[in-house]
Design a binder for this molecule. Structure first.
Ligand code: NAD
Length: 332
């Protein structure tokens, strides 16, 4: 229904209904790790809610999914308060919207902006804290402010260094994911044992990390790509590109498919390359992320209640037909 046909009252009623449906889906996805609808179905309804709220700001409620990060923190885990919030990310679904985002930032800052262009890994965000080079605590994003302490589980993941190459104290963040081969093998084992399949690698990874028994996590063959240094100024890092190189030096897994883009054409090339290669990668991606490379400019731009203003995700179109082909490839 066209936005012009709404009054504040009818928009409010529609928003209440959309929020109720979205919150049910969010509970299934974030809290139970068992989504009940495909992501693009969720994304479309979320967009409808955003459109209504943008046209009638008075109807926005603090508990709207557009104002909230992630889901509930499970009571069986110790709570961890993040030093800085772990936020969500704005998204766009077309190159035209991406161009608008870039044009707006260029206009607002009066600068030519270089972007660290990265793959959007389809896993779940983790925070890792090191003291004097030793891994001491790891957590989920949770509701963005408070996460779940999953240190024991993260210690079973081979690609997470227990000791860094230098005795530094820092927090890094990134994505924990389940490689496709591990996902296919896991579902085969589950089928053989008469258990229900996991819907996709993202939810299998989330379910595997949020286990009380770390032995189960260990069997799941999870992997990581790190992409954020928290408080990078401590290390005199000035760009995201430097932060990625620094994490690599410290011994973290940093995704090699990252580039510094100077304009829309560079970014369009990157998107085309990885959209075409998407099925050949050994892990799932659901888009491409653009981040203002200059860390001081990131700080100056800041965040909304939910997302940083200096980054955006370009989401790939849904790929239902391809998923079937891929599952066959991995299960035969
Ligand atoms: P998001 O997953 O779209 O974006 C933020 C996240 O991207 C970060 O937390 C991080 O984990 C991840 N990420 C991956 N690669 C990254 C990189 N290179 N740099 C930085 N971050 C990177 O945001 P969200 O708020 O967690 O979730 C919204 C998404 O979850 C939507 O895509 C939606 O479809 C899906 N969802 C689906 C359902 C459902 O029922 N199917 C319900 C809720 C949410």
């Amino acid at each position: 229904k066209a936005i012009e046909t709404y009054t504040e009252q009818t928009a409010n009623a529609a928003a209440v209904a959309l929020r109720q449906q979205l919150n049910e889906w969010r509970d299934a996805y974030y809290t139970a790790d068992q989504p009940t609808v495909e992501d693009h179905v969720y994304d479309e309804q979320y967009r409808d809610l955003q459109t209504l709220e943008a046209a009638f700001p008075a109807i926005i409620t603090a508990d709207s999914p557009t104002q909230q990060v992630g889901g509930a923190v499970l009571p069986q885990f110790t709570k961890v308060t993040h030093r800085l919030p772990m936020l969500s990310m704005g998204d766009v679904f077309s190159e035209a919207e991406l161009a608008d985002f870039m044009a707006r930032l260029a206009k607002n800052t009066g600068r030519e902006i270089a972007y660290s262009t990265e793959l959007k890994i389809d896993g779940l965000a983790i925070s890792l804290v090191y003291e004097n080079g030793q891994f001491v605590r790891g957590a989920t994003r949770g509701n963005g402010t408070i996460g779940e302490d999953i240190t024991k589980n993260l210690k079973t993941i081979d690609s997470i260094p227990q000791t860094l190459t230098r005795p530094v104290s820092l927090e890094v963040r990134g994505e924990c994911y389940m490689p496709r081969a591990a996902f296919a093998a896991l579902n085969q084992r589950r089928e053989a044992a008469g258990q229900a399949n996991f819907a996709n690698p993202r939810n299998a990874a989330a379910g595997s990390l949020r286990q009380l028994d770390a032995k189960i996590t260990k069997q799941r063959q999870l992997a990581t790509w790190l992409y954020t240094v928290v408080e990078p100024e401590q290390f005199e890092l000035t760009t995201q590109t430097e932060a990625l190189a620094f994490m690599r030096e410290l011994g973290f897994q940093v995704n090699p498919a990252t580039t510094l883009s100077h304009d829309l054409a560079d970014i369009q090339d990157f998107i085309a390359t990885y959209q075409a290669q998407r099925d050949q990668l050994p892990y799932d991606i659901d888009g491409v992320v653009l981040k203002v490379d200059d860390l001081a400019l990131q700080t100056a731009l800041g965040n909304t209640v939910k997302v940083p203003r200096w980054e955006i995700a370009y989401k790939f179109p849904p790929e239902e037909a391809k998923t079937v082909i891929r599952d066959i490839e991995w299960t035969v």
